[in-house]
Design a binder for this molecule. Sequence first.
Ligand code: PLP
Length: 373
Amino acid sequence: MSNYQTETKLTQIGNGFDQLGAVNIPIYLSTAYRHQGIGISKGYDYIRTGNPTRSVLEKAIAEIEGGQEGFACSSGMSAIQLVFSLFSSGDHIIASRDLYGGTYRLFEILAKQVHLSFTYWDGESVEELAADIRPETKALFIETPTNPLMHEVDISELSYITKKNHLLLIVDNTFYTPVLQKPIAEGADLVVYSATKYLAGHNDVLAGLVVSNSEKVTERLRVYHNSCGAVLDPFDSWLLIRGLKTLALRMRQHQENAGRLAAWLGKQLFVTKVLYPGKGGMVSFELTKKAYIEPFLKALHLITFAESLGGVESLITYPATQTHADIPEALRLKYGLSDRLLRLSAGIEHPDDLIADLDQAFRSLQKGAAVHG
Ligand code: PLP
């Protein structure tokens, strides 16, 4: 498979694995495996340690990312937790300032309970980042683009700094996926995913993935993955494989729709700012007033007000009270995550229908504004 393009690798996951020739990988539900004798194993012993359906997924994501080994976890958060098992009390981590709120919440817990310390970097000045590095700094954790402010950073430029300072570079690639961005090729050591989002793609699977490209840490991750047990179950592994097969195709439509929506939103009277990096399926935008947020969300018919992203159905999220509610208000406002911001995950519906839905919601705001003055 190594010579094929990403689209081909994704589509062909699992094909050729089954000895009977099944094109689609079987779901191995068995928790235990028969041993022919003491110390004799066919490679699988107990489901937490290894499962054939999960192994196909893990090998595939490692190959697609160009990494050494993949780990399938029970959620995106457990994937991040797996990576953070590498650090111990006193270690210092630099992380993107704008981050998924649940990641920030985990970091706060780790700071209190495990005494890791965190410095948040706004993604602007590389000199500032270099100045934040201390002898006890162990890693740089970034989202690019960030959730929800869509700020991008140059992974190659950062990898130059992290390599020079012997830090691990960890990239949460949930928003762009390996179809649009391959962090390991740009110098990252570890890639993490909320596979719940684009990779699974159908708003029906909770999953996380880690890909390691660092000899130093792969074995430790393998041991912790088995020891803590937050592994992905066989059925969800199978669903995730099924989702991955169409990832490239879906990303094309997500991106096309997001591009259309971003351009259209930029021309609307009620919109003060549109954040779209020109790639991917996520668009954030600000309304003119906080008071418009609720009526606008209520007026949408096709786009669902819900707390996730990356699925075939378009979803819209209000980060201030949903995904980023755990970030203290003053802090969030200071770095630019306002109470007027909405985050739209463009699905794969026809873009004209999505625009028509947004348009009728804006018109209803206009009517309301005319009535209330
Ligand atoms: N990383 C990012 C960028 C996310 O958006 C999320 C969830 O929204 C996570 C990690 C956590 O993933 P999960 O919800 O699958 O645990």
